[in-house]
Design a protein around this ligand. Structure first.
Ligand SMILES: [Zn+2]
Length: 40
């Protein structure tokens, strides 16, 4: 299972070290500053 998500700006973000929550995983892109929520 891949722990890489892609931001809308095209940056690949490693989420393997981020704790999953039942309402999704909040991922912050350090390149463009956008926060996206990913659901498994
Ligand atoms: Zn981004």
């Amino acid at each position: 299972m891949a722990n890489i998500v892609k931001c809308q700006c095209g940056t690949s973000i490693d989420i393997s070290g981020i704790q999953a929550r039942k309402d999704g995983i909040k991922v912050w892109c350090r390149v463009c500053g956008t926060v996206t929520v990913h659901h498994r």
